[in-house]
Design a protein around this ligand. Structure first.
Ligand SMILES: Cc1ncc(COP(=O)(O)O)c(C=O)c1O
Length: 452
């Protein structure tokens, strides 16, 4: 979508006659005045649209059941998890706390999938006690622990085993998981994955139901997903022919990328093509191997929440330097940690000047005490002045959920927009929250200092 001053990522956005950026009919300048800044703003409508687009694509192409398990790690604001639960989503949770957040948001335990990288018996006991739908084992030691926990509880664990297809995955190396040598899953090419299934099939308390993989995040092309699906289909064929194991579930993880730069808005991942090609690979492969179609699971995070949330931040100060103009915001990179972790680009629009053409080049900085605290370098913008309102777009994935505390800056609140109104769904952190876990031992408190 293009407006006089800016290109916008989706139909929920517009610019009103005051030149203000509007989301789902809400003037963002008014929202900032009402709730203060920095402020995360999430669109319930966009969350639902993102879910439905993916679900509908698979409904149209895959004759079996497709389960969409929202990857809670992307953004665990309870109201967001709740919206997806109401849409019919499962939840993919990576840790005990994520699991409990999904339960608190009303996800039924049987619709929770517990993945993870290194769990102890206790973690599995807890998952079995709340009766999660599926547990994804990452390694043989984990399988033994699941078995022990299940036997001890007299339960049966429904298990998928995470495999690593060891492919080339076109994304930032820190978030490529399905490549050779990462810490995740059991390796397919070396035969380790086969051995894990062989062993797991004989474990007490463990009912192996399928294969899991997740090749990485922020992947913008269809091909890597097709390649992964084909690899898993071949592997399923091998499990059937050599072990007589017939997978009921194929879980292909998440990883669907979203456009962050305006020039990418027209090149979003084609979900319809993705669903068509993945379905084709599975239908053909399973037919060839004489297997019944499995239930498909996807675990999208970013593609469901990424472009549904933005961060509003006020311009505190502008400063000319010999190497350019810095615009200091009241939000910082600790609220947008992917900038620091994976060099993430976030588009920034001046929400109170959204109808104005760009006339200068500026860098947007946060107010923290380290040099890398720069949110965006050398961006074109209308003339920026203190008091302007910046909207950092598409921050829904992995920003709030990996928000760090730095310089004791509290975490901002979140407001959700819907036909019910603009509702606070997470309050901002306070000084009391920041010190809530601290204790000064009485002996230290009452000790006299040399200065007193
Ligand atoms: C096991 C697993 N599933 C799903 C996801 C979600 O990925 P994305 O947000 O890219 O869809 C992740 C992300 O790290 C993951 O580790």
């Amino acid at each position: 979508m293009a407006h006089a001053g800016v290109k916008l990522p989706h139909e929920g956005f517009s610019v009103n006659r005051l030149g203000h950026l509007v989301l789902d009919g809400y003037d963002l300048v008014e929202l900032a005045e009402k709730f203060g800044t920095p402020l995360y703003v999430v669109s319930e409508g966009r969350l639902r649209e993102n879910y439905r687009r993916l679900a509908d694509a698979f409904k149209a192409h895959y004759p079996g059941e497709t389960i969409i398990a929202y990857a809670v790690k992307a953004n665990f604001t309870l109201a967001i998890i709740r919206v997806f639960a109401l849409e019919g989503a499962w939840a993919e949770t990576f840790t005990g706390p994520e699991l409990h957040m999904a339960l608190m948001a009303g996800v039924k335990p049987e619709r929770i999938l517990l993945t993870g990288a290194s769990r102890l018996e206790n973690d599995f006991r807890e998952a079995l006690e709340v009766r999660v739908g599926l547990i994804v084992a990452d390694s043989l030691p984990e399988l033994y622990r699941i078995s022990r926990a299940a036997v001890e509880l007299g339960a049966e664990a429904k298990v998928l085993i995470r495999v690593n297809p060891a492919l080339e995955v076109p994304t930032h190396p820190s978030i490529a998981t399905g490549v050779r040598g990462t810490k995740f899953g059991v390796d397919v090419p070396s035969g380790d994955a086969f051995k894990a299934f062989e062993e797991a099939l004989g474990l007490d308390g463990v009912r192996v139901l399928g294969v899991h993989t997740h090749i990485g995040s922020r992947i913008m092309r269809v091909e890597p997903f097709i390649e992964a699906a084909s690899c898993i289909v071949d592997f399923a064929g091998e499990l059937n022919s050599r072990l007589g194991f017939k997978p009921e579930y194929l879980d292909l993880g998440g990883g669907f990328g979203i456009p962050y730069k305006p020039e990418e808005y027209s090149e979003a991942l084609n979900l319809n093509l993705l669903a068509e090609k993945i379905s084709e690979a599975i239908i053909e492969g399973f037919k060839k191997n004489g297997l019944r179609l499995p239930k498909l699971i996807f675990e999208p995070g970013r593609s469901l929440v990424g472009d549904a949330e933005l961060l509003l931040a006020k311009v505190r100060n502008v400063k000319e330097t010999p190497s350019g103009k810095y615009v200091f915001l009241d939000a910082s990179t600790n609220h947008l940690t992917p900038v620091l972790l994976v060099d993430q680009y976030f588009e920034i629009v001046l929400a109170n000047k959204a109808d104005r053409a760009a006339e200068e080049t500026v860098s947007f900085a946060g107010s923290l005490c380290f040099t890398a605290d720069v949110i965006a370098l050398n961006r074109r913008a209308p003339k920026v002045e203190p008091g302007d309102l910046a909207a950092v777009l598409s921050v829904g994935a992995y920003c709030k959920s990996s928000c760090m505390v730095h310089n004791a800056q509290p975490k901002p609140p979140t407001v959700m927009l819907s036909s019910r109104g603009a509702e606070m769904v997470q309050r901002g952190e306070t000084l009391d929250d920041l010190v809530a876990r601290d204790l000064i031992p009485p002996g230290l408190y009452h000790a006299s200092s040399e200065q007193s």
